[in-house]
Ligand binder design. Structure first.
Ligand SMILES: Cc1cc2nc3c(=O)[nH]c(=O)nc-3n(C[C@H](O)[C@H](O)[C@H](O)COP(=O)(O)OP(=O)(O)OC[C@H]3O[C@@H](n4cnc5c(N)ncnc54)[C@H](O)[C@@H]3O)c2cc1C
Ligand SMILES: *[C@@H]1O[C@H](CO)[C@@H](O)[C@H](O)[C@H]1NC(C)=O
Ligand SMILES: *[C@@H]1O[C@H](CO)[C@@H](O)[C@H](O)[C@H]1NC(C)=O
Ligand SMILES: *[C@@H]1O[C@H](CO)[C@@H](O)[C@H](O)[C@H]1NC(C)=O
Ligand SMILES: *[C@@H]1O[C@H](CO)[C@@H](O)[C@H](O)[C@H]1NC(C)=O
Ligand SMILES: *[C@@H]1O[C@H](CO)[C@@H](O)[C@H](O)[C@H]1NC(C)=O
Ligand SMILES: *[C@@H]1O[C@H](CO)[C@@H](O)[C@H](O)[C@H]1NC(C)=O
Ligand SMILES: *[C@@H]1O[C@H](CO)[C@@H](O)[C@H](O)[C@H]1NC(C)=O
Length: 596
């Protein structure tokens, strides 16, 4: 009896047991020798997550293969000028035309065909994004991971050093001592030119004074320092770009490095189709002897969401062996797909498509999180003449679940009513429109990314399940109160009123709480998908990764991209993703050293 209890306790306390009970390594082939492989590391996806780690490993003398389904768009002005961001989002050469569902089938509002923009190419989504450069809002998130694993390297303050490694800061004095920032990194980082609504356009000045007054007079000049944000204030925009709005992205590092060094090989126009797994008979595996030893790829094959996709093909796959590790960074949608196609995911889901379960990890493709964003816009009597003048305001709602403000309100001098194809044309034709977007960080919705078939070119079933969690009601209330507050700021200011033609959305007739909530359900959008292969504690059933980005139950396999975060990162994810990618490189280099 005593023995029995003791065993029971050990089993409960042992995550290894929990993992190995759901690991099925005996159907795998024995691990081959990888000694003769050309590549030490294979990285899937050249975006914000995959790019920095690939470059850093190559610079440290390893042979790295970076597999990317898109092309090199270095010469395409849509991707080189931040002014062209809207055009880039519409550019068929890079557009991945994902369609997602917002709500479950039984919900009264149905939005089942929402365009969710993403882009392919060297740089991934950083080729078309808006260039918002923010590591603010990450304090609680990094510190939580640090506490979960009792690992000080994850603390917010320590993470700042990865930012300094990345950044080529163009807005501070490089000769003054500043440990928060870097002046030799690969990413140009600048401050927007007209930073605080001071503008020659009297409409902007009126809006600026009113917005500043409403968000408190705190001016956050450097949101990317290590200092926590105040409860409210207005923010000087920082950009991933230089002063002339030349876009900066990981592409700036990758293409020159691949051209000049044999250490980095980039295979573009190549689709990763499966992670090659084997049974490590030496029993060195993470609890179940499953090990990754390479990647299956299909040259010339496109994702089904790519423009110009001409139907599912019988793929001509080729296996590439990795001497050391495979690192998956296909983004929040494709990373869970690749894991699931390889037998890593929710066993019940995989069995629907005849995929044998190798490691049962129900968190793969679950926990799809995002920010909530809600537009409101006004028609003015004349065009905005100073499109460069902008800024943001931060405020804290009654339901904030973070140490830092949960509302980031940004302003656009054109109609921006979520993402629609043709939006660059709409924006060009609406120069007299002022849009205000309330971006809520810390939305509690948890959706999913699921397979619809076992072929790599089958579409994904993506559902945000927005507002469906236990705190979904509060999330709606936060947006409702934010929109009430900000429309008051705009509509009740006499100076602004001189220039306003009409409120277009929500519209003057939309005033009751019920009508506003209906507006929210029909218009909320987002573009920061994450968390579908998340880092989590031992024993957490949703955890896919440990604190070193390792896929649980598998050796030599990590995930480093937006999927890795347990909760949605801050207000704008690209810079936090760059930071975790540099951290991953440091961890991988340390492990490589320990093994040799
Ligand atoms: C319109 C828009 C505007 C945005 N604006 C901002 C902003 O202003 N500031 C900000 O911080 N963030 C912004 N973001 C978000 C940010 O760009 C993304 O969160 C970030 O790039 C995600 O990084 P990732 O590495 O997870 O994925 P991605 O950057 O999407 O990279 C994934 C890469 O993997 C490739 N890939 C996927 N599957 C495969 C496969 N099977 N085989 C081979 N290759 C594959 C893809 O082609 C892609 O290149 C914006 C996003 C969008 C869509
Ligand atoms: C490439 O790797 C070698 C070691 O194999 C290293 O000496 C060299 O510095 C690396 N090149 C670059 C450009 O980082
Ligand atoms: C830029 O994108 C637009 C679509 O927004 C497209 O029509 C145009 O051809 C692209 N420009 C270049 C140089 O590729
Ligand atoms: C805005 O910037 C202008 C010019 O840099 C400066 O004179 C003014 O004081 C600033 N206003 C605020 C509110 O920061
Ligand atoms: C970074 O900014 C500097 C200064 O504006 C510019 O000369 C350089 O071309 C930029 N680098 C890249 C890769 O865009
Ligand atoms: C892992 O390998 C070791 C050594 O061959 C073996 O004893 C053990 O049973 C294996 N574990 C599993 C779960 O297959
Ligand atoms: C205002 O912008 C529109 C496009 O949005 C343009 O057609 C029009 O000529 C502009 N008006 C003025 C006075 O510049
Ligand atoms: C407000 O007016 C618009 C335009 O006429 C209409 O489409 C919408 O249904 C109205 N909304 C409400 C809540 O009355």
């Amino acid at each position: 009896m005593v023995l029995c209890t003791a065993t029971f306790l050990i089993l409960l306390a042992s995550p290894i047991f929990a993992a190995s009970s759901s690991i099925n390594s005996n159907i795998l082939p024995a691990c081959p020798s990888t000694e003769d492989s050309i590549y030490d590391y294979i990285v899937v996806g050249a975006g914000a997550g995959g790019g920095p780690v690939a470059a850093r490993l190559a610079e440290n003398g390893f042979s790295v293969l970076l597999v990317e389904t898109g092309e090199d768009e270095s010469g395409n002005v849509n991707t080189t000028s931040l002014f062209s961001a809207f055009s880039a989002m519409d550019d068929p050469k890079i557009d991945l035309d994902y369609r997602i569902k917002e709500y479950p089938a039984n919900f009264p509002v149905q939005r089942n065909d929402q365009w969710y923009p993403r882009s392919a190419g060297i740089g991934g989504c950083t080729l078309h994004n808006a260039g918002e450069n923010s590591i603010a809002g990450m304090r609680q998130q990094f510190d939580t991971i640090s506490h979960t694993f009792n690992d000080p390297s994850w603390s917010r303050d320590n993470m700042q050093k990865y930012w300094a490694l990345i950044e080529n800061n163009l807005y501070l004095d490089p000769t003054a001592l500043n440990l928060d920032h870097g002046f030799n990194g690969w990413l140009n980082s600048s401050r927007a030119s007209a930073v605080n609504f001071s503008s020659t356009d009297p409409k902007w000045s009126a809006l600026g004074s009113s917005i500043i007054a409403a968000s408190g007079t705190s001016l956050i000049e450097d949101q990317n320092s290590h200092l926590p944000l105040p409860e409210s204030g207005h923010v000087l925009e920082l950009l991933t770009g230089d002063d002339s709005h030349l876009r900066a992205s990981i592409r700036d590092k990758l293409t020159p490095l691949a051209a000049s060094s044999k250490n980095l090989t980039i295979m573009t126009n190549t689709l990763a189709t499966k992670i090659l797994l084997c049974n490590d008979k030496k029993g060195k595996g993470r609890g179940g002897n499953v090990s990754a030893y390479g990647l299956a790829v299909a040259l010339g094959a496109k994702l089904p969401v790519a423009q110009g996709f001409n139907g599912k093909q019988k793929l001509n796959e080729k296996n590439i062996i990795a001497r050391r590790e495979v690192i998956v960074a296909g983004g929040a949608f494709q990373t869970p797909q690749l894991l699931m196609l390889s037998g890593i995911g929710d066993k019940a889901q995989l069995s629907k498509f005849g995929i044998p379960s190798i490691v049962n990890l129900p968190g793969v493709g679950a926990n799809l999180q995002d920010n909530d964003e809600l537009p409101a816009f006004w028609e003015f009597t004349s065009n905005f003449t100073d499109p460069e003048s902008f800024g943001s305001a931060i405020t804290t709602s009654a339901y904030s679940n973070s140490l830092e403000p949960d509302l980031w309100t940004y302003f656009v001098p054109a109609e921006f009513n979520g993402f629609h194809h043709g939006m660059s044309i709409i924006a060009a034709n609406t120069q007299n429109v002022f849009t205000l977007i309330n971006l809520r960080a810390g939305s509690t919705s948890q959706g999913y990314v699921r397979l619809t078939g076992s072929h790599p070119q089958d579409l994904l079933d993506i559902n945000k399940l927005r507002f469906q969690g236990p705190n979904g009601r509060n999330d709606i209330v936060v947006l409702r109160e934010a929109i009430k507050r900000w429309r008051k700021v705009i509509n009740e200011d006499e100076e602004i009123a001189k220039y306003v033609e009409r409120e277009v959305a929500p519209g003057a007739n939309v005033t009751s709480d019920a009508d506003l909530e209906e507006y929210i359900l029909n218009n909320v959008f987002a573009h920061h998908a994450c968390c579908t292969a998340a880092i989590g504690a031992d024993g957490d059933p949703r955890a896919v990764l440990d604190g070193d980005f390792n896929v649980r139950g598998v050796s030599n396999l990590r995930v480093v991209d937006a999927s890795s975060f347990p909760v949605s990162p801050g207000y704008f994810p690209q810079s936090p993703i760059y930071m975790i990618s540099e951290k991953a490189a440091a961890v991988i280099l340390k492990d490589a050293k320990a093994r040799s």
